[in-house]
Design a protein around this ligand. Structure first.
Ligand code: ARG
Length: 487
C-alpha cells in the first residue's frame, strides 16, 4: 500500500469527470470549502485493501442472488484483483476529487469495467462499508500490535531471567520499602502487558461481527445473505440489527481504550527507566544504540525512548477521549461525525508500531548494575519488616512488634548505623523481646529467601513465575500469528 497525505493528492487526469457517489439530486458540485472539510481519503486510503476484500465478498453474494451473471462476476473479480495490485504498487492513487476511499475505489473500478462497475453498489452503502473496513483493519492490526507487545514482554522476561536473584530496594511512594529481586520487578511490567494481550483478544471476539449487508441502515431488499459475506471476510458472524451495525463505533472506542491503557503501562515502564538511568540511581546503563546525546553537553546520555514512551501515552489517551466525545449523544444511525473515528485509531496503531520495537530494543540491550542494586537494597532500613515478623513469630502481637521495630529504627537513624549493628545490650534496652537472634533475619538474602509463597519476590517463586510467563507468551505468539482477514 502506498501511503497518501494531503500534499500528495493530485488532480484526477485519468477520468476528468469527477466520480461522486451522490451527485444525482444536486444542481452543481460541492463548494470548495465543503469538499475540503469532508474529504477523508488522505487518511482513510489505508482502508483500501479491506474495502476491496469487502467488494469481492459483496460481488459473490450479488452473483449468488442472480444480480451478476457468471461472466460479470469473473470480470468484476479480475478488475478488483487488478485494482488491488494497482493500489499496492501505487499506480492507482486517490486524487483530490475523491471524497473518500470508497469513492476512489469506485472510480478505479469504473475505469476498468465501465458501467458494469456500477453494479457493485447494489445493496451496499458506504455506511456498512466503512464500518466493515474499520473492523477488518483493526482486527488485522491488533495481531501486529500483539506481536510487538510480545517482543517487549520477551525482552523484559529475558532480563528478568538474568536477575532472578539480584536484590533491589522495592519501593512504595518512591521510598525504599522492602528488598525485592530485580527479576520480580521486571516481571511486574510483563503482567500488565499479558493482560493487554488478553484485552485485545477479548476485544477481537466482540469485533468479529460483520456489518456488511446492513446497507445505509435498514438492511437490503435484495436477497443478499450477510452471513455468507461475514464468513468470507473472516468474521465470526454478521450483524443482528442493521441500525446498530452502522451506528455504533464501540469497537473503535474499545480498541482505543486498550491502546490507551497499553500507553499508560509503557509510560510507567518508561518513567522507571528514566529514574534507573539517572546519576542518582545508576542501576541501569543503556546501550549506546538506544540512547541519545546532547548537542551542547558532550557527556550526556539520555533515555529518550523511555521519555517518548511516557510522552506518547498522552496522544493514546487523547485518541480514546476524542472518539468517546465524538460518539456521545449522537442520534442513530450514521452521522458524519463518525468519520472522526479513524484518525485516532490509525494514530494509535502507528504510535505503538514505532514505540514498542524501540522499547524492546532498549530493554534487551540495557546493562543492569547488579553491584549498585545490591548495595541499595538494604538502604533505608528495608529490613525493618523482617524484625517485626521475627517478633511476631515469637508471639509478640504485630501492633507491638511494629512499635518496637520503629524504636529500633529511630535508634539506628540517630546513630547512623544499620539494624544489625546494634549490640545485644542495646537491643534489650529497646525491648525485652529483642535479642541477638534477630540478626539472623537481618540480611537481604535471608529476607528474599524467606519469600517462598506463590507470587512473592523470592528467587524460587520468581523462577516459577518465569516458567508460567514464558508459556503464556508462547500461546500469545500463536494467537498473533492467526490471520483473520482474507487476502
Ligand atoms: N468517509 C465516510 C466515513 O468515514 C464514509 C461513510 C459516508 N457515509 C455517508 N452517509 N456520508 O464516515
Amino acid at each position: 500500500m502506498v501511503a497518501v497525505d494531503d500534499k500528495s493528492l493530485t488532480e484526477n487526469t485519468a477520468s476528468p469527470n469527477r466520480t461522486s457517489l451522490w451527485g444525482g439530486r444536486f444542481a452543481g458540485g460541492p463548494a470548495e470549502a465543503l469538499a475540503r472539510l469532508s474529504v477523508s481519503v488522505q487518511f482513510d486510503w489505508r482502508l483500501a485493501p479491506y474495502d476491496i476484500a469487502g467488494s469481492r465478498a459483496h460481488a459473490r453474494v450479488l452473483a449468488a442472488a442472480g444480480l451478476l451473471n457468471p461472466d460479470e462476476l469473473g470480470r468484476m473479480l479480475a478488475a478488483l484483483d487488478d485494482l488491488e495490485a494497482a493500489c499496492a504498487s501505487g499506480s492507482f492513487r486517490p486524487t483530490i476529487d475523491d471524497e473518500d476511499v470508497h469513492t476512489a475505489l469506485e472510480r478505479g473500478l469504473l475505469e476498468r469495467l465501465g458501467s458494469l462497475g456500477g453494479k457493485l453498489r447494489a445493496g451496499r452503502s458506504r455506511n456498512d462499508q466503512v464500518a466493515t473496513d474499520l473492523r477488518l483493519y483493526l482486527r488485522d492490526h491488533a495481531r501486529g500490535l500483539a506481536v510487538r507487545l510480545i517482543e517487549l514482554a520477551a525482552a523484559l522476561v529475558e532480563q528478568a531471567e538474568r536477575h532472578l536473584d539480584t536484590p533491589a530496594p522495592g519501593m512504595t511512594h518512591v521510598q525504599h520499602a522492602q528488598p525485592v529481586t530485580f527479576g520480580h520487578w521486571l516481571l511486574a511490567h510483563v503482567h500488565p502487558l499479558l493482560r493487554d494481550l488478553d484485552r485485545l483478544r477479548d476485544w477481537d471476539l466482540r469485533t468479529a461481527v460483520s456489518p456488511l449487508g446492513a446497507g445505509a441502515l435498514a438492511g437490503s431488499g435484495l436477497p443478499l445473505d450477510p452471513g455468507v459475506v461475514a464468513k468470507e471476510l473472516g468474521f465470526e458472524t454478521s450483524f443482528a440489527n442493521s441500525m446498530d451495525a452502522v451506528a455504533d463505533r464501540d469497537y473503535a472506542a474499545e480498541f482505543l481504550f486498550v491502546t490507551a491503557l497499553i500507553g499508560v503501562h509503557l509510560s510507567r515502564l518508561g518513567e522507571e527507566v528514566v529514574l534507573w538511568t539517572s546519576q542518582e540511581f545508576g542501576w541501569v546503563e543503556l546501550d549506546d544504540a538506544f540512547a541519545t546525546g546532547s548537542s551542547i553537553m558532550p557527556q550526556k546520555k539520555n533515555a529518550d525512548i523511555a521519555e517518548l514512551a511516557r510522552g506518547k501515552s498522552g496522544r493514546l489517551v487523547g485518541g480514546l477521549v476524542a472518539v468517546l466525545t465524538m460518539l456521545k449523544g449522537l442520534p442513530l444511525t450514521y452521522d458524519r461525525d463518525m468519520q472522526e473515528d479513524k484518525e485516532p485509531a490509525f494514530d494509535a496503531v502507528d504510535t505503538l508500531a514505532l514505540l514498542l520495537p524501540a522499547l524492546a530494543g532498549m530493554i534487551s540491550t540495557m546493562t543492569v548494575r547488579v553491584d549498585r542494586l545490591a548495595a541499595a537494597a538494604p538502604v533505608g532500613f528495608t529490613l525493618a519488616t523482617e524484625v517485626a515478623d521475627w517478633l511476631v513469630l515469637k508471639g509478640v502481637p504485630f501492633r507491638d512488634a511494629h512499635e518496637i521495630t520503629g524504636k529500633l529504627v529511630a535508634l539506628c537513624a540517630a546513630r547512623e548505623c544499620a539494624l544489625d549493628e546494634v549490640s545485644d545490650d542495646d537491643l534489650r534496652l529497646v525491648s525485652e523481646h529483642l535479642d541477638g537472634g534477630v540478626r539472623q533475619v537481618l540480611s537481604v538474602r535471608s529476607a528474599l529467601a524467606a519469600r517462598t509463597t506463590p507470587g512473592s519476590t523470592g528467587p524460587g517463586p520468581v523462577a516459577d513465575q518465569l516458567v508460567s510467563v514464558t508459556e503464556q507468551l508462547a500461546g500469545w505468539r500463536e494467537w498473533a500469528a492467526e490471520s483473520v482477514v482474507p487476502r
